[in-house]
Ligand binder design. Structure first.
Ligand code: RET
Length: 247
């Protein structure tokens, strides 16, 4: 079954990818789209195959990591095409990708805690709703449906709220109570990714909409590298905790 899905994917992918036109070797932004696409493919295969190498309680976390990179892979195929053909930011594809992958990423905190300790469903909802509010207001601001500043401020408040829940709120309490070293260290690394790795996205919004413009190429290059850390590395941290947890 897995092999079948993999083969179906490999056959289907090039027909979409071909729509992207030629990739110019000097177009380093286009090349970065290409490299991250390949890395997302590898990461997706890796997370799904590694499910078999971890104990049952960790499998959902690895599945979700694979869904995140798989969904992003799908969007990257199209985003590269938009960039190569138009030289502009694929904003709509980025936001659809974020809308699907960011809630899945943030919910991983709940999942890794749930693998080793009792954790209330309210933690899931706080993080999930926080991520949706952040993205919806970001999009309203970028699309010009709402004024750029208030949308940005509400989006940032939602992000700070998630950081608060993870740093000092319900998430931190569950982490401390879990008494599981593998989960605690993964939790902390993941939390720093949410705090530091995620700065790139509001910074891009700020420069582009509030500070008078940003170079589209630089913006996309930085977003692509950030996605590598925030999606692939994030999943690897979870995988590392899963394989080192032997309780
Ligand atoms: C894989 C994609 C990821 C991790 C995307 C993350 C996106 C954000 C953290 C976006 C944050 C924003 C704000 C904090 C304020 C409003 C504007 C946004 C949506 C860019």
């Amino acid at each position: 079954m897995k092999l079948f899905m993999l083969l179906a994917g490999l056959i289907a992918v090039p027909s979409f990818a071909a729509a992207g036109g030629d990739l110019d070797a000097n177009d380093y932004v286009g090349v970065s789209f290409w490299l991250v696409t390949a890395a997302l493919l590898a990461a997706t295969v890796f997370f799904f195959l590694e499910r078999d190498n971890v104990s049952a309680k960790w499998r959902t976390s690895l599945t979700v990591s694979g869904l995140v990179t798989g969904i992003a892979l799908w969007h990257y195929l199209y985003m590269r095409g938009v960039w190569v053909e138009t030289g502009t930011s694929p904003t709509v594809f980025r936001y659809i990708d974020w809308l699907l992958t960011v809630p899945l990423l943030i919910v991983e905190f709940y999942l890794i805690l749930r693998a080793v300790t009792d954790v209330a469903a309210s933690l899931f909802w706080k993080l999930f709703v926080g991520s949706i509010v952040m993205l919806v207001f970001g999009y309203l601001g970028e699309a010009g449906i709402m004024a750029a500043w208030p949308a940005f401020i509400i989006g940032c408040l939602a992000w700070f709220y998630m950081i608060y829940v993870l740093w000092g709120g319900e998430g931190a309490a569950a982490r401390d109570a879990s008494g599981n070293a593998a989960v605690q260290s993964a939790y902390n690394t993941m939390m720093y990714i949410i705090i530091i790795g995620w700065v790139v996205y509001p910074a891009g919004y700020f420069l582009g909409y509030l500070a008078g413009g940003v170079n589209e190429g630089t913006l996309n290059l930085v977003y692509n590298l950030a996605d590598f850390i925030n999606k692939i590395l994030f999943g690897i941290v979870i995988w590392a905790a899963a394989v080192s947890d032997n309780n």
